[in-house]
Design a protein around this ligand. Structure first.
Ligand SMILES: *Cc1c(COP(=O)(O)O)cnc(C)c1O
Length: 233
């Protein structure tokens, strides 16, 4: 087994153990492989090991990879945009990605809706919540969720699938769990109101167990699969 296949197997094992510990089925938690800054060859190794869902943070880099795998005839991949989205880049996300995790204002939602090609399925969107990081400019407060969700749900080019958050890093499990649980409560309330809602994108390498215990349905893991990122180039 190559490193990436080996790493993927370990991460899947960790997810499944965390799910089992809290009485959940491991199929209820999907793994988003975060491939930002990594070359197509690394993604190809992950595909060979059975991975199909990939997360990218930078629009142009993601689009280049999506095109690459389309040209090689690879079907069935799901591409998730998980980075901060500026209005002037929304068209590329709407035209190429399957998911956007970082919708946090009506203006972006409206643009994605208008720019989604008519021959594609609606873009799956998650509303990003700023759950604990006062310094982050991304995401809305929970108090603003109902209003934005109602507006997003009206847009035919988008499908409201749920919520995403990037909690401020904390080392203690109890604190990670408390924050994750706030997200889970908001997610359950949203799910009760919209039949399309089924996804809580929450949990990274260091807080995955707490996120899964609280009810996350999708964890986003990069380094543990692909190794450390090199930002010097
Ligand atoms: C980079 C990133 C990840 C993955 O982080 P790792 O530490 O490499 O596992 C997850 N979610 C988001 C939003 C990211 O930007």
């Amino acid at each position: 087994m190559n490193d990436i296949a080996h790493n993927l197997a370990q991460v899947r094992e960790k997810i499944s153990a965390a799910a089992t510990r809290c009485g959940r089925a491991s199929e209820d938690v999907s793994l988003l492989a975060v491939s930002k800054t990594k070359p197509a060859s690394a993604i190809a190794e992950a595909i060979a090991a059975g991975q199909r869902e990939f997360g990218e943070n930078y629009v142009q880099e993601g689009v280049d990879k999506i095109r690459h795998f389309q040209e090689t005839g690879m079907m069935g991949l799901q591409w998730h945009f998980i980075g901060p989205l500026q209005s002037n880049k929304s068209r590329l996300v709407a035209e190429h990605f399957d998911w956007c995790h970082t919708v946090d204002r009506l203006r972006i939602a409206t643009r994605l809706n208008e720019q989604r090609p008519a021959d594609k399925a609606p873009l799956n969107v998650l509303i990003q919540i700023n759950i604990s990081d006062e310094n982050s400019k991304s995401g809305i407060a929970l108090a603003e969720l109902d209003a934005l969700a109602a507006q997003v749900a009206e847009l035919p080019g988008l499908r409201l699938r749920g919520l995403m958050a990037i909690p401020a890093p904390k080392t203690e499990y109890e604190r990670q769990f408390a924050v994750a649980q706030q997200m889970a409560v908001a997610f359950e309330a949203l799910k009760a109101r919209y039949v399309t809602v089924d996804t809580l994108s929450l949990g990274m390498s260091d807080d995955m167990e707490a996120a899964i215990a609280a009810g996350s349905t999708m964890v986003r893991i990069g380094t543990a699969i692909f190794g450390a990122r090199d930002y010097t180039q």
